[in-house]
Design a binder for this molecule. Structure first.
Ligand code: PRT
Ligand code: ZN
Length: 300
């Protein structure tokens, strides 16, 4: 078997909002890599995984056509591609493996300030500019609305002021872009995050084994990021209340303190962030010497 058949190829955005997060995730999963001369491929040195750096719009196609085994791309692009593939062929579609914790955004209708939006009916007969025509058309069809969809490949937000459209449907994260163009966000039709996808083709066992390992490591990284290790001293008689206050922790470890009958040390992994308010509540319940540490790796 040549290395092409045994090494996993994963498509990642070459340069954009998802690039640093995606490479960082792979590094946290243990991947060490060197960049090819052309800067378009990163070769895994300690795992049989190579990263292809491409435009995000090309990722679902590369994975669908089995040029890459895996890809990391926004849910918005995944959904647009899925609808397009479904419309043109009956083949099996790439699989979504796991949603990641970055690239959060939403696809929303933006209406010019001063125009009313009374619900989806307000879209009837309108011209809607978007880079996601398949998603918007599917939404209109589902809601039995007649409207024309005008495809823009960028700068959708200027379409109304150019007189090219009445309404836009575009990605929003902070909302500042719509506001700056005198539009308001009227309705969200898709929530999106970066997502790992896999080719629908059947893979050799060695690739499947590595993909399963990678998936388990990704889940571990996501859990570890959300988790904190907390250590504190607690009066024995306040233990019940303190355990109740520890956010998302399972069985904490209780350790006796040398020379103290009334106090113990409590160590726990909290699967949620530990906020100042929680520490203050713990202090009020009698806890002292509190330490909150980040968790680097987790494997259940
Ligand atoms: O060159 P390439 O084609 O690879 O990159 P690109 O320019 O198409 O994509 P890029 O890097 O801008 O975004 C990659 C992915 O990041 C998207 O497909 C989304 O999944 C995700 N993402 C998250 C966003 C945003 N947030 C986002 N805010 N993608 C785009 N935007 C744009 C949006 O289109 C609008 O112009 O930012 C503007 C709105 O932002 P706010 O904060 O003003 O609301
Ligand atoms: Zn793009």
């Amino acid at each position: 078997m040549d290395s092409n058949e045994t090494r996993i190829k994963i498509a990642v955005q070459k340069s954009g909002r998802l690039t640093d997060h995606s490479m960082d995730l792979l590094v946290r999963c243990g991947l060490r890599y060197s960049r090819g001369r052309d800067q378009l491929i990163c070769y895994g040195e300690n795992m049989p995984i190579d990263v292809l750096l491409v435009r995000d719009d090309d990722i679902p196609g590369l994975v669908q056509e089995d040029v890459c085994d895996l890809g990391i791309v926004g849910g918005n692009i995944i959904e647009e591609s899925r609808l397009n593939i479904e419309e043109t062929s009956k083949t099996e579609i790439f699989k979504k493996l796991v949603s990641l914790d970055y690239g959060h955004c939403r696809l929303s209708f933006g209406i010019p300030d001063g125009d009313d939006f009374l619900g989806s009916e307000s879209l009837e007969g309108k011209r809607i500019a978007t880079s996601y025509p398949a998603i918007v058309k599917a939404y209109l069809k589902e809601n039995e609305i007649n409207a024309s969809v005008i495809q823009f490949s960028g700068a959708v937000e200027i379409a109304p002021s150019l007189g090219r459209a009445d309404i836009i449907c575009d990605l929003v994260s902070s909302g500042a872009t719509m506001k700056a163009h005198n539009l308001y966000e009227a309705k969200t039709i898709l929530e999106s995050t970066a997502t790992l996808i896999q080719t629908p083709s059947i893979l050799v066992d060695s690739k499947t084994d590595w993909i399963n390992r990678l998936l388990q490591r990704i889940k571990g990284v996501l859990q570890a990021k959300e988790s904190k290790y907390i250590m504190l001293h607690a009066p024995r008689d306040a233990l019940q209340e303190i355990r109740r206050l520890l956010p998302g922790s399972e069985a904490p470890t209780i350790i006796p303190l040398e020379g103290r009958q009334d106090k113990v040390a409590v160590h726990a992994v909290c699967r949620e962030n530990v906020f100042w308010g929680t520490l203050e509540d713990l202090k009020d319940a009698g806890a002292s010497s509190m330490l909150v540490l980040p968790v680097e790796k987790m494997l259940a």
